[in-house]
Write a protein of this length. Structure first.
Length: 320
């Protein structure tokens, strides 16, 4: 019996050359695949090409073979499983085309009861990547979130700034790893920031600051596995590693497990990170983000099991 073939789609820097090394996460998946008897191949979103003719529709990628490391072309439907990783920036047309290809492939697999072989599916990625859509969905589930307002003009954003007590976090509605996130407590700085964002055509995402800041809990979900990681940063309100945060594994309680499983079930996610802000009220948390394409490098430093092996194992189990 031949080894299952997995495609890891995306995950390298957007400005990489074809000879750029895979990086830590992709190398971990490659090594885990070798140990698990899975052929793990790698391709980039920019390499997707599609064709429609009388025979129907087909999609292909140019990627790196696991045995030779050489680049070659593959039809998406030849892979037993697909793991979607970070999508690089692009124009609206480029992003929509990439998602359309994933939607088409997912639809074809769903018709043969094999939808679970794509982790995570495109609809789940679209929901989780949109911070407003994420908070709206979890709030309707009865899960506590920070008070948040979304506006499209400077004047309305300033109203939110004052309503939230003049201490807010402003962030892009799309994006991750703390990029573009600012804490604003000064009205003049708020006015300038909102003016600039409005001129750039950005949506103004304004969130009430949750004290004390610099502490959160990440629930990393890998299929049936849930890991709890507390992240702290003594010198700022952001906890990600890029901002100087550190991580430690903590004991997973039933409430956190249930919350993580509820959110993933609602969003259709198999692999996810759910971030909860820790408040000054002790065991009280506010869900702030759901990440459908999480990294696990800092988590791996605190957890004894190999997370890449868990990911590959889940993909393997999801194949018909």
């Amino acid at each position: 019996m031949s080894s299952p073939r997995m495609l890891v789609l995306g995950g390298r820097p957007a400005n990489r050359a074809t000879t750029t090394p895979l990086g830590w996460h992709l190398n971990e998946l490659r090594a885990a695949g070798t140990r698990s008897g899975v052929d793990v191949c790698f391709a980039d979103y920019e390499s997707i090409v599609a064709r429609v003719d009388r025979a129907g529709a087909s999609s292909n990628v140019m990627g790196e073979a696991p045995d030779t490391g050489h680049r070659c072309g593959w039809p998406l439907d030849q892979f037993d499983g697909i793991l979607t990783r970070t999508m690089p920036p692009g124009s609206m047309e480029q992003i929509l085309f990439r998602l359309a290809v994933l939607h088409d492939e997912y639809g074809c697999r769903a018709k043969s009861d094999n939808a679970a072989s794509i982790v995570n599916p495109p609809a789940a990625i679209e929901l989780a990547i949109d911070k407003y859509a994420t908070l709206a969905r979890v709030a309707r589930m009865g899960i506590a979130t920070p008070a948040t307002g979304i506006a499209q003009s400077r004047a309305e954003a300033m109203e939110l700034f004052h309503q939230f007590g003049g201490d807010v976090v402003v962030k892009p509605i799309f994006g991750g790893e703390g990029r573009g996130v600012m804490r604003i407590q000064d009205p003049e700085l708020a006015w300038t920031t909102f003016s600039t964002l409005q001129q750039l055509g950005a949506v103004l995402y304004v969130q009430q600051f949750v004290a004390p800041g610099g502490r959160d809990l990440r629930l990393l979900v890998i299929g049936p596995h849930v890991h709890a990681i507390r992240r702290t940063c003594p010198d700022g309100f952001r906890t990600n590693v890029r901002a100087g945060g550190t991580a430690e594994a903590v004991e997973l309680c039933d409430h956190w497990r249930d919350l993580a499983c509820r959110v993933c079930s609602e969003f259709g996610l198999t692999l996810a990170a759910i971030d909860l802000l820790e408040t000054t009220a002790g065991n009280d948390y506010r869900l702030v983000e759901v990440n459908a394409i999480p990294g696990w490098k800092s988590a791996q430093r605190t957890i004894s099991v190999c997370l890449a092996e868990q990911i590959v194992s889940v993909l393997k189990d999801n194949i018909l």
